[in-house]
Write a protein that binds this ligand. Structure first.
Ligand code: FES
Length: 572
């Protein structure tokens, strides 16, 4: 079965089950209002889930989710996995056995014997007649919720917006089951109070057409039949795994890792499974689902003997601009001996997962900003070293805050100059607008600093800024402690030249036409020039902006664009 199809089916089924769980909990929470409110909520709940489409969706989702879980359990070659995945699997395999009694006692009883299952009857059983069963049911629902929450977390954690949304989602994840349990308790008490009235329980059970002893026995047989079938399926999966293992070990291959470490693995294992088998630390943030790319390896030898990558693998590799000899270890099942080199550290984080590999770099379009303090060198000659450092640090604080607040990455502080990158994740259009917004905030910050330091400076600080947008190679570069995200290439060179040109034009800002085009900004009102750049063929058309405040742009929205991406990078 194609991995993409499996993933889509699992996701679709999981969505349906999650929706069911959320509505079920919400219905329970209505018990905090009253038993009657719960019953009214239940009417709507059943109108959805006991309708024909609702029934098909729910039982289809249960079947798909369950069958695919067993299929994936068979498919994976090793059961060594991260703890979160162990918990996810264990809960997933346990839940059918825990839930069957409740499902048979309500839905199946209704379906086979017309037995209604209003909250009054269910709570009468779970709260008064069999509280152990009630406690077990509450724990089961919580386990189902935890299973769902783990799934949602590991599904969403690669989204750029997720770190910001996570606290809110966690609040909902804690609040909803809490309210559901409180509703359950509150309604249970109400049922207990009502049951004090003579004849109430008998009338309620009669109205609900509760199953008689013979029907109860048949329901018990259905439950036992399901449990036996489920157990047999589980045993079957493990038996099939054992048989396959025996067959595959007969045809083992060798995978060579760095430092000449050689691992013999059964043919059919993925490279990641071989790493796990040999206890070789290997990054796999998504747990081998082919989504994070952290397991990627460079194939040193044996590339031609590998099966072609699936469409899904190709897409993930393209997303990180992987070189042609790179494959996802979790998706590649070598048929013959290979030699590999894992590209990311085993401890890599989800954020780093999508960063381009350090050694590969990535070519992309982005906005590059250079800024420099005008006349600071001569000003510094008349100051004590301590004063120079103090002023420079305040200046770097002002411009650094302006850059990061606009969504950029401060990249280099050299002397009184600074370089910043914009649009690494959001692209050149957003990056150009952010760079312009940063330029304005930098000028404002420097003006405010001049006003604050006043006479201490002698003359107000002045800043010159150059911005250019274009292709550059972006990657983490450096050595030792000084290893940071930076860019190299013609665009950087041009941006630096534009910053120098601010001196010639006595302007605060010089931007290339490319910036205006990407930012969708009309700069026709500002003087234009064709600027020559050393070692570059052809001039660069630029606009000269004497005062940044003369620019008309929606600064707030420009600053807010891709703020999440910036925060993400800062966290990493
Ligand atoms: S482990 Fe995530 S893509 Fe391979």
């Amino acid at each position: 079965m194609s991995p993409i199809l499996v993933r889509r089916l699992r996701l679709g089924a999981a969505f349906v089950l999650l929706a069911y769980l959320i509505l079920h909990f919400t219905n329970h929470a209505l018990g905090l209002v009253s038993l009657n409110a719960m019953e009214t909520g239940r009417w709507w709940f059943l109108a959805l889930w006991r309708s024909v489409p609702g029934t098909l969706a729910l039982f289809g989702a249960i079947a798909v989710h369950g069958i695919l879980a067993l299929w994936l359990l068979y498919e994976r070659r090793t059961l060594r996995m991260p703890r979160w995945e162990v918990a996810q699997y264990a809960l997933g395999l346990l839940l059918p056995a825990l839930l069957v009694a409740h499902v048979v006692g309500t839905r199946i009883a209704w379906w086979r014997f017309d037995a209604e299952d209003p909250y009054s009857r269910v709570l009468f059983t779970l709260w008064l007649l069999n509280p152990e069963s009630g406690a077990r049911q509450a724990v089961t629902l919580l386990l189902a919720w935890i299973h769902a929450a783990i799934g949602v977390h590991y599904w969403l954690r690669f989204r750029p917006w997720y770190p910001r949304a996570a606290p809110w989602l966690l609040s909902v994840a804690l609040l909803l089951p809490t309210l559901a349990l409180l509703g359950f308790v509150s309604a249970g008490r109400e049922v207990a109070a009502r049951a004090q009235a003579p004849g109430w329980a008998q009338a309620m059970l009669r109205a609900a057409n509760a199953p008689d002893p013979a029907e109860v026995a048949r329901l018990a047989a259905i439950r036992t039949g399901f449990l036996e079938t489920y157990l047999a399926a589980l045993v079957g999966v493990f038996a099939a795994r054992g048989i396959r293992r025996l067959l595959e070990w007969r045809r083992s291959i060798q995978i060579t890792y760095p430092n000449a470490r050689v691992v013999a693995a059964p043919r059919g294992f993925t490279i990641l499974e071989a790493s796990h088998l040999a206890a070789i630390p290997h990054a796999s943030v998504c747990g081998g689902r082919g989504r994070c790319s952290t397991c990627r390896v460079r194939i040193i030898d044996g590339f031609d003997g590998l099966p072609a990558p699936s469409e899904a693998e190709r897409r993930v590799l393209a997303r990180v601009s992987a070189a042609p000899d790179v494959r996802l270890a979790c998706q590649t099942r070598p048929e013959s001996d290979v030699s590999v080199e894992p590209l990311l550290a085993p401890s890599v984080s989800p954020t780093e997962a999508f960063a381009t590999d350090v050694r590969q770099g990535r070519e992309q379009e982005l906005a590059v900003l250079f800024a420099d303090l005008r006349g600071f060198t001569s000003m510094a000659e008349h100051k004590l070293p301590y004063d120079v450092v103090f002023v420079l640090n305040r200046y770097f604080e002002a411009v650094g805050t302006a850059i990061t607040s606009a969504g950029g990455v401060t990249n280099q502080f050299t002397g009184d100059g600074v370089m910043a990158l914009f649009g690494i994740e959001s692209g050149p259009a957003t990056g150009s607008r952010q760079a312009l917004a940063a330029a304005r905030a930098m000028v404002e910050g420097v003006d405010a600093l001049s006003a604050e330091l006043g006479a201490h400076l002698g003359a107000p600080l002045r800043i010159g800024i150059g911005i250019h947008t274009g292709p550059a190679v972006v990657g983490r570069m450096g050595w030792g402690e000084s290893f940071y995200l930076t860019a190299v290439g013609d665009t950087v060179h041009v941006a630096a030249r534009l910053e120098q040109a601010t001196k010639d034009y006595t302007a605060q800002l010089v931007v290339s036409e490319a910036v205006a085009r990407h930012a969708d900004l009309d700069l026709s009102g500002f003087p234009s020039h064709d600027l020559s750049v050393h070692n570059r063929v052809g001039n660069v058309p630029v606009r000269v902006i004497d005062r940044v405040t003369n620019l008309r742009i929606d600064w707030t929205s420009a600053r807010n664009e891709d703020r999440g991406g910036h925060e993400e990078r800062m966290r990493s």
